[in-house]
Ligand binder design. Structure first.
Ligand SMILES: NC(=O)c1ccc[n+]([C@@H]2O[C@H](COP(=O)([O-])OP(=O)(O)OC[C@H]3O[C@@H](n4cnc5c(N)ncnc54)[C@H](OP(=O)(O)O)[C@@H]3O)[C@@H](O)[C@H]2O)c1
Length: 165
């Protein structure tokens, strides 16, 4: 879903590091293979990326869970902005604390300016649907340009209108 974002970054003339299980197969950027559930493996990949390109001044982070060490390790490495991409459940009004708890990843880190981007849903002809990957990439790029503390791509209200809700 962030392929479009990667392609846009690859064309902007800066250094681009990718960290994922199969990052080295990417045709663009410098790929560092790791599983973000593996703390030591993620830390080693991040250290290799920083050694090659310096501390990230812009990091876009998509983790399926925040109950792992990797998000904090990334936040500690960032010297600039960290864009935390979050699933729509983070905006569930029954759990108003979730966004605050997610933001704690950057607590006490003055060099890491956290921005949150929540993947909402889209209404079309009275029906809701999830976003396509290209819509998510475009939404994250817009959020980076606007530099808001919180961006909702699409909508999360009414929460009951979400697909399958
Ligand atoms: N709200 C919406 O409209 C909407 C729409 C689409 C998707 N989504 C959300 O996005 C999720 C699916 O996104 P997706 O299709 O892009 O797939 P994904 O499985 O989240 O993969 C996205 C990226 O994360 C990497 N990745 C996944 N697991 C990893 C791990 N353990 N360690 C390191 N990197 C990992 C993958 O690369 P590698 O394979 O190289 O590791 C891939 O580049 C859904 O669960 C949903 O929550 C929301």
């Amino acid at each position: 879903m962030l392929n479009g974002l990667v392609e846009a970054f690859a064309g902007d003339g800066g250094r681009l590091s990718l960290l994922s299980r199969r990052a080295s197969s990417s045709p663009v950027g410098d790929g560092f293979d790791c599983d973000y559930h593996d703390e030591a493996g993620f830390a080693a990949a991040l250290a290799a990326a920083v050694a090659r390109s310096g501390p990230p001044d812009l990091a876009v982070a998509w983790f399926h869970t925040l109950k792992i060490a990797a998000p904090r390790l990334l936040a500690q490495a960032v010297q600039g902005r960290m864009i935390q991409v979050l699933g729509s459940a983070m905006a569930d009004p029954d759990h108003p604390d979730r966004l605050i708890r997610a933001a704690a990843v950057a607590d006490g880190l003055p060099d890491c300016a956290l921005r949150q981007v929540v993947l909402g849903f889209r209404m079309e002809a009275g029906r809701s649907r999830w976003h396509a990957g290209a819509e998510i990439s475009a939404g994250v790029l817009e959020a980076i340009a606007a530099d808001r503390l919180l961006t909702i791509i699409g909508q999360v209200a009414p929460w009951s209108a979400r697909p399958g809700g």
